[in-house]
Ligand binder design. Structure first.
Ligand code: ZN
Length: 391
């Protein structure tokens, strides 16, 4: 369906639902202008049996990947990859999602910067959208955005999970790419951390964001700025005003801290020390000593804190259908990868968080091949004890 360009006169033609159309033509995160517009989180609701503490733990951890995961990214490359938009003159115009080599280079570099911290995630460019978890477009005037963490898995194979709507070869283009990849790693906006203690001049924030270049609806502004989010507890919860996930703000949008009534808030460029600490602790590298050897019918008792992970390898001695399951009153995500000459291939995953059941995979596994079983815990009722077994 055609999407109206975001001129006030065209508002009535915009496509319904969230997100409303947006127009962000400013170039960087750290100059004050256009802002990243993170996609709405698909927030779940839980039954009355889920306690507030459990709910909170799920919200903090559910978007994150299991450490050890390789995330494949793909740049749209077909002539018909894009969208038709309705212009102010009533004509339709095609906006491609395909980006130039210089743009892609910046994004590749940003993946490298995250990887070089030394983390338990890997990134690989693939030339086939079917093999990609991240699908990246460069649709002009559509802003920079990404879905949060594992929410990218819920998007169709022909859909973007990330977009760059302005030129990335400018001074802060790399920061824009780092910021959007941060969302894909599960990082929310830091200025929405309730512990930041920011008190907004809400009328002023809504007013300014409604103006060009953003032209955001109140809903967009609330979602990306005003709304407070569940803070991440991985690396303390203090405010990090230099985080790559923090916007810049002009003087007068923030009432408290008072210094920003009269001066701008401009985060330092690049990843902050806490960004680096967050990603290292959220996605620790997995060494060989961390990997237990799984034997069929032998349960592994594991004691895990929130966000911690059990890693094991399993080499079946016969080809058949196996069940791999977690046991105990916990919320866990369970994944299975196969080791191949082309790296690790994702086979299956299950997430029992917020439900009265355990994560379980039933799959045909082949004799002599090596599989990696990983289980990441969100929440546990009783000292973090759980078990994992293949049978
Ligand atoms: Zn953002």
């Amino acid at each position: 369906m055609a999407k109206a360009k975001s001129k006030a006169s065209d508002k009535t033609k915009s496509r319904g639902g969230y997100p409303p159309e947006r127009r962000m033509v400013i170039d960087e995160k750290h100059t004050i202008g256009g802002y990243c517009s993170a996609r709405p989180e698909q927030r779940r609701t839980f039954g009355a049996n889920v306690s507030p503490g459990r709910e909170r733990a799920i919200f903090v951890h559910e978007k994150k990947w299991v450490s050890g995961t390789r995330l494949n990214y793909y740049f749209f490359d077909r002539r018909d990859d894009g969208e038709w938009l309705l212009m102010n003159n009533g004509r339709q115009r095609f906006f491609s999602w395909v980006g130039g080599e210089s743009q892609k280079r910046v994004v590749r570099k940003a993946f490298k910067v995250w990887k070089e911290i030394g983390i338990g995630l890997d990134f690989a460019e693939v030339d086939n959208r079917e093999d990609a978890e991240l699908r990246i477009g460069f649709m002009r005037d559509d802003g920079a955005w990404s879905y949060i963490g594992r929410d990218i898995l819920n998007q169709g194979k022909n859909q973007r999970t990330m977009n760059f709507g302005w030129n990335l070869t400018g001074a802060d283009g790399l920061d824009t790419a780092l910021h959007e990849i941060g969302h894909t790693l599960g990082m929310p906006h830091e200025h929405q951390n309730p512990n930041a203690g920011i008190v907004w001049d809400e009328d002023e924030v809504y007013r300014r964001l409604a103006e060009p270049p953003n032209e955001w609806s109140r809903e967009d502004t609330f979602h990306n700025i005003i709304r407070k989010i569940v803070p991440d507890t991985v690396v303390g919860s203090d405010w990090d005003r230099d985080s790559i996930m923090h916007y810049s703000f002009r003087a007068g949008m923030i009432l408290v801290p008072e210094e920003f009534r009269t001066g701008p808030l401009i985060p330092a460029p690049g990843l902050s020390a806490r960004d680096t600490a967050w990603v290292s602790q959220t996605y620790p590298e997995i060494s060989d000593e961390d990997i237990a050897e799984m034997k069929v019918f032998k349960s592994h008792c594991v004691t895990l804190g929130p966000g911690e992970q059990f890693n094991s390898s399993f080499t079946p001695v016969e080809t058949r259908r196996y069940s791999i399951a977690t046991f105990g009153p916990t919320d866990m995500v369970l994944t299975l990868f196969e080791k191949t000459s082309d790296g690790e291939q994702f086979i299956g995953g299950d997430d029992d968080s917020g439900e009265e059941r355990n994560a379980k995979l039933v799959l045909r596994l082949v004799k002599g091949r090596t599989y990696l079983i990983r289980a990441r815990q969100f929440y546990s009722w009783d000292r973090g004890e759980a078990a994992v077994m293949a049978y």
